[in-house]
Design a protein around this ligand. Sequence first.
Ligand SMILES: [Zn+2]
Ligand SMILES: [Zn+2]
Length: 391
Amino acid sequence: MALFYGDLHIHIGSTNSGAPVKITASRTLTLERITQTAKGQKGLDLVGIVDAACSGVLQDLQSLHELGQLKPIVGGGALLNGVTLFLGSEVELVHQDTGKEAHFLAYFADLASIQGYAAALKPHVTNPSLSTQRLRVSPVNWLKLVKEFEGVAIAAHAFTPHKGVYGSCVKRLEEMLSEPSQVSALELGLSANTEMALAVSDTHPYAYLANSDAHSLQNIGREFTVYNLPELNFGAWRSALEDGGRGIWATHGLEPRLGKYYRSWCPRCERLADHETPTFECPYCKDPMVPGVWDRLQSISDHPQVTPAKPPYTAHVPLRLLPGIGPKMYAKLIGEVGTEIDVLYRLPLDEIAAKVGSVIADQIAAVRAGSLSFLPGGGGKYGRVTKGLKR
Ligand SMILES: [Zn+2]
Ligand SMILES: [Zn+2]
């Protein structure tokens, strides 16, 4: 067995011919640059492309395959520039009674499967070349389609107020999908961690994943999951998700307070909820607040007496969010010390200090010790690290 570091939610900004795919994502997010950044800067072994079913991206993948640059892996998945790629698709499903929307992900073993899935979806979306299309197919029928092409279904950013299934749609997954056991995993999303998710017992059977939902190169790997697999391929990964995530070694999610929706936010008063109870109405002006993930999870919690054991969760703080690490220092760290995962988790502190100085090494030590202070995020605004060190 070996450990593999994976970030399975990365968008494509533009195709190789320059056509847009995810409109709100940076145009520098191309297959080529994603794989280079994931391996060289971040230290990831595995990336999931969630726009792989978009027509232009499928054409690019097909060309790379024909050129022999995208190499299929026995057991599923493909290699590109030394990184394992899983081909996925993010869609917007609509609750049949309430009209509320939630995002879901599907991943497929090979190019032929995702081509079949994309062809089946095509009549039911407005623009098959663009990312995260709203489906004119019921959630139940979407899940059938994923199974038809032997895909793996996952709830995307499951707790966010912006189109997370628990965050904005339902309290139990079966309210959206009549066979929820066909879903393999939930993405915790930027503003939640394992402990917060465990407050809702309906989530317990699913594997919890941390993925970046990157809309820019720099955000690749801001969340990742470590898998313990006999070998890195799609089949082994699929098995790892079973029994609530038996093959997951560790979950490295962004520190929840750094997320965009940690606590509820009042746009009028520009204030964050600070009561230790879930808050949805502003205590000052009584306006409805933009719900926070913490508030939502507390409000739908059934206060389970027993919670299952889940893989260890580490609150990840990306290097560039640390005070004192600007673009120059980041480049120096990556160029002279190691990948972001090496720097944050693997290399001895004295080795880091010798190359970039003790101030930065102390910051890394604080991340490892979990002793940073944070100003929480909310209402779409990220939280931040307030000071590097508690002295
Ligand atoms: Zn989404
Ligand atoms: Zn207010």
